[in-house]
Structures are given as structure tokens and as C-alpha cells.
Design a protein around this ligand. Structure first.
Ligand code: 5GP
Ligand code: ZN
Length: 131
């Protein structure tokens, strides 16, 4: 059983911020910044590609509730909502979850995007990916 399933079952303690029949929000043990929270479905789905859309919707609604509460109480300068999907993308617990990370300064979390617009043809990518 995965570590988050054990937390959901109460076999491992956690600092719960919110719980309903389908969703659990807990403080991340590592606290990348003050208030860093994880929101997860109670059912085990490996990642963003596996979770059914109705459960994803429930998780995201709770993520917004948590973000609003953090915003009200700690008044951060900003908030990141982050999901790592796959090991290469930084996923270390293979039970879908999203991070809510309050930002107090622009340098308290390292998340940089490099600009590679010179390497790619946006028209071609649009053609390949359009839904
Ligand atoms: P990922 O890297 O998969 O996106 O995020 C997993 C997160 O789970 C990490 O930020 C890590 O700190 C957190 N984490 C791992 N084990 C535990 C635990 O036992 N309790 C809590 N509250 N968080 C955990
Ligand atoms: Zn699990």
C-alpha cells in the first residue's frame, strides 16, 4: 500500500486541514514554504492521467478552498498549484496529489521555465495537439 493510502487509512499520522468522503488535504511534511499543503483523492490513482475527471474536479475544488484559507490567514504574495506527473517530472509518491504552495517571495521556490521558442514551430505543435 502506498504511503498516502496509509495516511488516508490513519495508519500513518498526518496534519489534516480538510477531509470529506472523497478528498483529503494534509500539510506536506517537507513545508517547502509555510502552509505547503497536499490535496489528494482518497481512492488510489497513480497520477493525473489516471484519475477520473469527476474525482479530479473534487480535488481541485478542495485545492481552491485550501488556497483561499491560506491566502486569508497567511496573506502570501502568491500561490503555486503544482502537480508532478511521473518520476521525471518530480513525482515521488505515486498517488495523485496536487501541491498548494504559498509564495512569500519570488525566490522561496525554484520553478524556472526556459524559453525555447526558437526551437519549435507553434503551428505544427498546434496541429498535432489540437483537441
Ligand atoms: P511529489 O514529489 O510526489 O509531487 O510530492 C510528494 C510530497 O509528499 C513531497 O513534497 C513530500 O514532502 C511529501 N511527503 C512524503 N511523505 C510524506 C508523509 O509521510 N507525510 C506527509 N505529510 N507528506 C509526505
Ligand atoms: Zn495510494
Amino acid at each position: 500500500m502506498c504511503i498516502f493510502c496509509k495516511i488516508i487509512k490513519g495508519e500513518i499520522p498526518s496534519k489534516k486541514l480538510y477531509e470529506d468522503d472523497d478528498v483529503l488535504a494534509i500539510l506536506d511534511i517537507s513545508q517547502a514554504t509555510k502552509g505547503h499543503t497536499l490535496i489528494m483523492p482518497k481512492k488510489h490513482y497513480e497520477n493525473l492521467l489516471e484519475i477520473p475527471s469527476d474525482e479530479l474536479r473534487r480535488v481541485m475544488i478542495v485545492a481552491q478552498m485550501v488556497a483561499k484559507k491560506i491566502n486569508e490567514v497567511y496573506k502570501p504574495a502568491g500561490i503555486n498549484l503544482l502537480n508532478n506527473c511521473g518520476e521525471v517530472a518530480g513525482q515521488s509518491v505515486m498517488h495523485f496529489h496536487t501541491h498548494i504552495i504559498p509564495r512569500y517571495t519570488s525566490s522561496d521556490l525554484k520553478l524556472g521555465f526556459e524559453n525555447h521558442m526558437d526551437q519549435y514551430d507553434l503551428d505544427e505543435i498546434q496541429k498535432e495537439l489540437k483537441l
